[in-house]
Design a protein around this ligand. Structure first.
Ligand code: ADP
Length: 605
């Protein structure tokens, strides 16, 4: 879409005036000045020139103690210091030379007025304008000294033929369905008015970062062919109390003028956070929020202004903001599922050249858990890799490698592992894969590699989900924990010792075990009691315990027991399959990267 900034006072106008003035100055004054070349001469020369009748005019500047005179043609100005010469005036008079007590090179009064009054004024105005523009650009209008006080800096995206459409947003069908209604309404409000239905004033798009919330909002505007105002919540928060509120007012004023239109407020949690009534709370933010609430109440439904807002922390929003009549509809924009990922990959792959035989389904399976933004990044990385390798199009291998780049970073070319370390990593990774493969419920392995990555991983096992999993049974979760412990278990089985390589596994296993006990009710002792609440659902899922100290101790004990149990299970599996473990580890040690098929083939031999 074409981005058009809010119309401003045309700064170019001032620059134009300045240029004009300079031109005038050059045209009128400069030639005049340069015409008078001042040549310094001695008094004797002046006297003899007077006698010879070579002098045109004379100016006597007594204060400066100077005599200026011109030649007959008045092309050159001569200057000489005054000497005590009482007969001078009489001599000049006799010679018929006009003489004055003032300057010869009188500027025209108009020009001097322009130069002394108008020009400095204009320069000041221009500098002022320039500085204020700079400040507004830098501080997004948040500077107290800018002239743009309290103006909203929403950008207007005017409809255009290249506007983002729903078809550009892959997957997210449920979200698109809810938003389609808004598009229909903006197209033809009458059918809604007829029946007496009113559109929701505000729609909250919630979901993890990079799932396409901004894109969806733009797509609504693109589909409905209406102007699109976009502003980030943080842009409202100002240094001075009241500024944010005035920005909100300004934004709504602009929006009402342009109705029907879409106003999109990104990261609304920046202003919409719960007002907690603390002493010394954030006055500015609260005032801004109050203003937003008032504005939303103020305009009656069906006036054509639809507010979309995005956040990844819906739980932190003020309840007043999410009540019916304000943001009364909530559209979840979740991480894409397998199908969604495939569709997103295809949408982005259209922008680059890809080989014909690329299996996007396979890539989508490998990129489980990736957001739309990550998938876009994966496709772009693949294109970059293709260029690096001197190819004209990206291949399946490029895409697969770029998933690993996005997940684990680039290959570390010069990381030199000792032989012992390389063996340890091989056994560690095969340990994970073998435990996963031998418990039927675990997902099969896609790829195992022991090439160090810039993320610090010395190797990793890429598991692949066959399809979408929405529910996991207790057994499946336990198997997952066993798989996490499989790496360490293999090291112990083979080398009889442990290394630092398992820290991430330990973290993951503990997190899962804790969730099973505190949130999923999978501990016989606590039954269906929630001991933990998740606070940041879309941002990594932080959780806080909501139980007594005694219970916490018991939870810890049970977490340890659960992980220990699974660790023992993994160890037992590996001990039983020691031969396979050795065979696979040797193969991985030699090959450095093996695929899921190779792995299964050796396992089933
Ligand atoms: P959010 O606002 O949810 O953080 P954005 O809408 O800014 O995410 O998305 C970031 C980028 O990710 C987009 O520019 C787009 O390239 C890509 N993207 C995300 N979701 C999708 C999707 N469903 N379809 C296509 N591209 C997507």
């Amino acid at each position: 879409m074409n981005e058009v900034k809010r119309p401003k006072r045309p700064l170019i106008y001032y620059y134009g005036v300045i240029v004009l003035i300079l031109l005038l100055f050059n045209l009128l004054a400069l030639p005049k000045l340069s015409q008078w070349q001042v040549v310094e001469v001695d008094y004797g020369t002046f006297m003899s020139m007077t006698e010879d009748g070579q002098v045109g005019r004379v100016e006597i500047q007594e204060q400066e103690n100077l005599i200026l005179f011109t030649d007959q043609e008045e092309t050159t100005v001569y200057k000489t210091a005054m000497v005590d010469d009482p007969d001078l005036t009489a001599r000049l008079h006799d010679a018929g030379i006009p003489f004055y007590g003032q300057e010869i090179q009188q500027e025209s009064p108009m020009l001097s007025f322009l130069l002394t009054w108008i020009l400095p004024l204009l320069i000041f105005i221009a500098i002022g304008q320039f500085m204020s523009k700079k400040m507004m650009d830098r501080a997004g209008g948040a500077n107290a000294m800018s002239f743009g006080f309290g103006k909203s800096n929403a950008k207007i995206y005017v409809k255009s033929s290249e506007g983002i459409k729903f078809s550009d947003v892959a997957g997210e069908d449920e979200a698109k369905e809810s938003l389609q209604e808004i598009v229909n309404y903006l197209h033809d409000p009458s059918q809604y008015r007829e029946i007496g239905a009113s559109m929701p004033k505000g729609i909250l798009l919630v979901g993890p970062p990079g799932t396409g919330k901004t894109m969806l909002a733009k797509a609504v505007a693109g589909e409905a062919n209406v102007p699109f105002f976009s502003i980030s919540g943080s842009e409202f928060v100002e240094m001075f109390v009241g500024m944010g509120a005035s920005k909100v007012r300004d934004l709504f004023k602009q929006a009402k003028e342009k109705a029907p239109c879409i106003v999109f407020i990104d990261e609304i949690d920046a202003i919409g956070k719960k007002r907690d009534g603390q002493v010394g709370g954030n006055d500015e933010r609260e005032q801004t929020l109050n203003q937003l609430l008032t504005e939303m109440d103020g305009f009656e439904g069906n006036n054509g202004v639809i507010i979309l807002a995005a956040t990844n922390r819906p739980e932190s929003l003020d309840p007043a903001l999410t009540r019916p009549g304000r943001f009364d509809r909530r559209v979840p924009v979740e991480l894409p599922d397998l199908q969604g990922r495939e569709a997103i990959l295809k949408v982005h792959a259209k922008k680059i050249k890809v080989a014909d035989q690329v299996d996007f389904h396979q890539i989508a399976r490998m990129a489980s858990g990736a957001s739309g933004a990550e998938l876009a990044n994966i496709v772009n990385e693949a294109a970059l890799r293709a260029v690096r390798n001197g190819r004209k199009y990206a291949t399946q291998a490029d895409l697969e490698e770029s998933i690993e780049v996005v997940i684990a970073g680039y290959q570390k070319k010069n990381a030199i592992l000792t032989d012992r370390e390389k063996w340890t990593v091989s056994y560690h990774e095969i340990g994970h894969a073998l435990v996963a493969a031998l418990q039927n419920h675990s997902a099969p392995v896609q790829k195992i590699t022991i090439i160090p990555r810039t993320s610090g991983a010395l190797g990793y096992t890429m598991q692949v989900e066959e399809g979408n999993h929405y529910l996991l049974t207790q057994e499946e979760l336990e198997n997952k924990i066993a798989t996490y412990t499989g790496g360490r278990a293999a090291e112990e089985v083979v080398f009889g010792t442990s290394s630092t390589g398992a820290s991430n596994d330990i973290e993951q296993a503990t997190k899962l075990a804790r969730a099973m006990i505190t949130r999923y009710g999978m501990s016989p002792d606590f039954d269906m009691v929630a001991l933990e609440s998740v606070t940041n659902q879309y941002l990594g899922g932080d959780s806080s315990l909501t139980c007594s100290m005694e219970t916490q101790t018991e939870v810890d004990r049970q977490v340890v027991a659960l992980v220990k149990r699974e660790h023992a299970k993994a160890t037992a599996i590996l001990q039983e399959n020691r031969e396979k473990l050795d065979e696979l580890a040797k193969y991985l040690y030699e090959q450095e990267t093996i695929t899921g098929e190779e792995f299964m083939e050796i396992l089933n031999r």
